[in-house]
Design a protein around this ligand. Sequence first.
Ligand SMILES: Cc1cc2nc3c(=O)[nH]c(=O)nc-3n(C[C@H](O)[C@H](O)[C@H](O)COP(=O)(O)OP(=O)(O)OC[C@H]3O[C@@H](n4cnc5c(N)ncnc54)[C@H](O)[C@@H]3O)c2cc1C
Length: 406
Amino acid sequence: MITEDEFRTEALRFLSEHAKPRGAESTAWGEGSDRFGLFPEKSREEETAELEMAKAWRHTLFDAGFAWITGPEQYGGRGLPASYDRLYQSLEAGFDVPSQAPFGIGLGMVAPTILAHGTDTVKERYLRRLHRADIVGCQLFSEPGHGSDLAGLETKAERDGDEWRITGQKVWTSGAQFSDIGEIVCRTNPDAPKHKGITAFVVDMHAPGVDVRPLRQMTGGATFNEVFFTDVRVADDHRLGDVDEGWTVAITTLMNERASIGGGGAAMGGGGGSQVRRLVQLLSWLGHSDDLLLRQELAQIYVNAQVARYTSQRSQAKLRAGQLPGPEMSIGKLSLTENMRRIAAFVSHALGPRLVADTGEWGTYAWAEFILGIPGIRVAGGTDEVMRNIIGERVLGLPKEPRVDR
Ligand SMILES: Cc1cc2nc3c(=O)[nH]c(=O)nc-3n(C[C@H](O)[C@H](O)[C@H](O)COP(=O)(O)OP(=O)(O)OC[C@H]3O[C@@H](n4cnc5c(N)ncnc54)[C@H](O)[C@@H]3O)c2cc1C
């Protein structure tokens, strides 16, 4: 096996040949973009251009052997331990490469689920192409009446020989507008208890009967969609896991989802270094640097971000080691959203009316976009209340929530 030193040399050679070292970004007040939005507000043209750049980079990365460092070689991975992946990520951070955000769900959630539960046909057909970004994947779980209560889902799949026919509606499907495949969970046995009658599939998003309609969010953009299925045919070899055992499959995906949302905490605006630096500058620009209350709030934001980061690193380390993390993922996600709430309170306190009326001053009204995105993060991947239930029951040992459907 290649040593870490040899791997480092190879990776640095690749990065130097294909990307520019990250320049020293100006962190001065008033310079560069002042946007901190949580959801990208882009036109479809901008989105398409960024997607093409992201795909081109991923093709280069994959062909050089750096796109799926820990993956099994038979599906296009490099079969190296997770420490090599961490090493590569730390080296790549020094270079300016296109954002890989459009692949977050496909690679962070769908691909690991295919690897864990897919048939050989599905693994062979999709894993390499997903990791090379020849195709993009999305997650088709939530329905209009079933988000937190996912197990109550109603989209049905009926067997028809070697195929299944899917009919129903999904909602809040991030990235469906540019996805080629989706992981879908469907009701296959309406008579069984709700967790027992679900089956998961990989569905072709370009198949006849799939209708993707964008939803506009309050920040202006349209990053997610409603997706309608009318008699959509899926081959039985595209089933993930056993018939009526899709709940286990869904849990694999949701574990990966919580880990990636919590783990991205600082980067997503949960109080990471650059954001705190900007808040310090804001205080100074407003002449509030000596405000003891604001200083204390800011210190608390920074400390909480660090604690959330370490908690999420623990759960990600478990995932990488092939174990299923426990409730620490819920703690990591809740810490992230709690810190966002603190940041929103801090910014409102510091900026006052400048937060709701655009005075044209750099670095002030721009925070409104960030604050309007927070409810979305509090809901995505399991709401704050659901995270609290999990922590209450599984960490604190409190009695289970009363449920009408047990
Ligand atoms: C930005 C974003 C991206 C998303 N992307 C995707 C995606 O790609 N694919 C996908 O399938 N879904 C996606 N979702 C959907 C997301 O998973 C659901 O919104 C989420 O699970 C909550 O479900 P719901 O919206 O139906 O709210 P509900 O479940 O109806 O909840 C409404 C309110 O009731 C509370 N509540 C519900 N149950 C309980 C309980 N047992 N105890 C206490 N309080 C409770 C909730 O906390 C919430 O405040 C996305 C959502 C967002 C915001």
